[in-house]
Ligand binder design. Structure first.
Ligand code: 13P
Length: 284
């Protein structure tokens, strides 16, 4: 199966109250762990690729790995630019074979964010590529993006609804209290904001910063209208802990496969658990 737009599965996710996971791809092992977990769970999923990860892997390798996963698995998989910073980078990804892009104009004022997102939607839609927009600022650190918790501002429901109506995005990330990275305490998620926005627009709300959010909070978010959940840090932690364990126990190891195999298995276990929690198992 070729890579698909998120519209292949997000409308069903919204209607049937489950969420599709965006698992960030940082290297070959992340790509493999994700597709192996999804194959066991018969789940659609989204490979999220940040601009930093794109620089690290190279655009050709990124697309080739995602296409190989789609071909091997037969699952509906979207290859999605995460937090795209400009029209140009979004177009570059689409030209290279991405089936979905996020344009993150959340650091602009509302009017400019709407105007810039609209341009991306117009061009992407003509090529059958789905678009995610963002409103409000999500705190924490994600690659080169860093937002102080004090600067994180929650999305205003009326603005989010207007943003959807004017841009026509396929899903909408709104700041509702989660942050990128692991949490020190428990995140305070504003379910009322999710509910208000999700009830008023036909597309799902996206929850960024899915790592470390308690299971019950994930369930309540999905009930309120979240249909896409992003997870990156939890896999990075699982990967690195597994590598540390192998290298800590044996200073003689030099073959990367000896520590990357358990790292991949650890990520696969995390992803399988998330897929079941999100309810996207058996929804491929
Ligand atoms: P975490 O790294 O907190 O899981 O967030 C991932 C994310 O939101 C990617 O956009």
């Amino acid at each position: 199966m070729p890579l698909v737009s998120m519209n292949e599965f997000l409308p069903r996710a919204k209607a049937n109250k489950f969420a599709v996971g965006q698992f960030n791809m940082n290297n070959l092992e992340f790509a493999q762990a994700t597709v192996e977990a999804a194959m066991e769970e018969n789940s659609p999923f989204i490979y999220g690729v940040s601009e930093g990860a794109l620089k690290y892997m190279g655009i050709e390798f990124t697309v080739a790995m995602a296409e190989a996963a789609a071909k091997k698995s037969g699952l509906p998989i979207a290859l999605h630019l995460d937090h795209g910073s400009s029209f140009e980078v979004a177009m570059k990804c689409i030209r290279a074979g991405f089936s979905s892009v996020m344009f993150d104009g959340s650091h602009y004022g509302l009017e400019e964010n709407i105007a810039l997102t609209k341009e991306v939607v117009k061009a992407a839609r003509a090529m059958g590529v789905s678009v995610e927009g963002e409103l409000g600022t999500i705190g924490g650190v994600e690659d080169d993006l860093s937002v102080d918790e004090e600067d994180a501002t929650l999305a205003k429901p009326e603005e989010a609804i207007r943003f959807y109506e004017e841009t026509g995005v396929d899903c909408l990330a709104i700041a509702v209290g989660t942050a990128h990275g692991m949490y020190k305490g428990e995140p305070k998620i504003h379910y009322d904001i999710i509910q208000k926005v999700a009830d008023a627009i036909p597309v799902p709300v996206v929850l960024h910063g899915g790592s470390g959010v308690p299971d019950e909070a994930i369930r309540l978010s999905i009930q309120a209208g979240v249909g896409k959940i992003n997870v990156n840090t939890e896999n990075q932690v699982a990967c690195t802990n597994a590598i540390r364990e192998v290298l800590g126990a044996n200073a003689e190891v030099f073959d990367p496969r000896k520590y990357l195999t358990p790292a991949r298995s650890a990520m696969k276990a995390v992803i399988q658990e998330k897929i079941r929690l999100f309810g996207s198992n058996n929804q491929a």
